[in-house]
Design a protein. Structure first.
Length: 283
């Protein structure tokens, strides 16, 4: 473990708070910066983190900088402010769901300044972030990957080196493509079931005791008809669908593919009408 690395963390919201907390627990010095919500920053400071008053100060005190931002426009702005104050051989690790084209342009610009760019988008939920059980798809040169791997392992239970810079974000978009495709298929099946006289409750009960029971290794007796106590939900930004401008997140109906330890499930009927309950760590 390279304890000499000094970690800067930008974006300690729903996902970033747990990630930064687990980096602290692994023994690394961590510097954070507040955005709008001070709750996660104050919590991390109480655990031993330092708070920077500006991106300039954070950059000057960090050898590795993690970014969890809404997307490429925000990442580009953050990196523009960080770059003049980072030392040579520093590493910027973008954990956002960003545009690979933007990531490659940033990497090329940073390379000329002898700063490394890494893309490491996330898989998982805020609960898994707090537990240190996220997954990460990393795009990085091999020497840089070897350097940052111990730090990422503090918050990721599954870590895959996908390839070069940009490949992590490409893989994340492919994962989202599959998730959305499944959600669309599930919605079509619900609509078809309704036309055939099978309502949503009976549809879910049938799915639970049918094909997916084999994948989840759970018996129909354990679930019980109409019981929705295990599984997970798909949650994605509503602006991805261009439904309406929103910082909230829309929830699809429950998809019984796997279990996550019994998180509470939500059963919305219309994506556009509902948003996820805000965490105190939302920023």
């Amino acid at each position: 473990m390279q304890q000499n690395e000094k970690i800067g963390f930008i974006g300690v919201g729903l996902m970033g708070h747990g990630m930064a907390k687990n980096i602290l627990r692994a023994g690394y010095p961590v510097t954070v910066i507040a955005h709008k919500n001070r709750v996660p920053v104050e919590n991390l400071v109480s655990l031993g983190a330092q708070e920077a008053g500006s991106l300039e100060a954070l950059a000057k005190g960090s050898t590795l900088v993690f970014i969890c931002a809404p997307g490429s426009p925000q990442v580009e702005q953050i990196i523009a402010e960080l770059t003049p104050n980072l030392s040579e051989n520093a590493v910027i690790i973008d954990c956002s769901t960003s545009d690979p084209t933007s990531t490659l342009k940033l990497a090329e610009n940073l390379k000329s300044k002898r700063i490394h760019m890494v893309d490491a988008p996330l898989g998982g939920t805020p609960v898994q972030a707090e537990e240190g059980a996220l997954s990460a798809m990393v795009g990085a040169d091999q020497p840089v990957f070897a350097r940052i791997k111990p730090v990422i392992e503090s918050w990721a239970a599954t870590l895959v080196h996908i390839g070069a810079v940009g490949d992590g974000h490409r893989m994340k978009l492919l994962n989202n493509f599959l998730s959305l495709g499944y959600a669309a298929m599930y919605s079509e099946a619900l609509a078809l079931g309704a036309k055939m006289g099978i309502d949503a409750k009976r549809f879910d009960s049938g799915i639970i005791v049918g094909a997916y029971a084999a994948f989840t290794d759970v018996s129909s007796e354990e679930y019980g008809e109409g019981s929705f106590t295990k599984g997970f939900y798909i949650s994605i930004p509503t602006d991805l669908f261009l439904l309406e401008p929103s910082k909230g997140r829309g929830l699809f109906p429950w998809v019984p593919i796997s279990r996550d330890g019994g998180q509470m499930l939500r059963r919305p009927s219309r994506l556009i009408d509902l948003t996820e309950t805000r965490s105190p760590f939302y920023d």
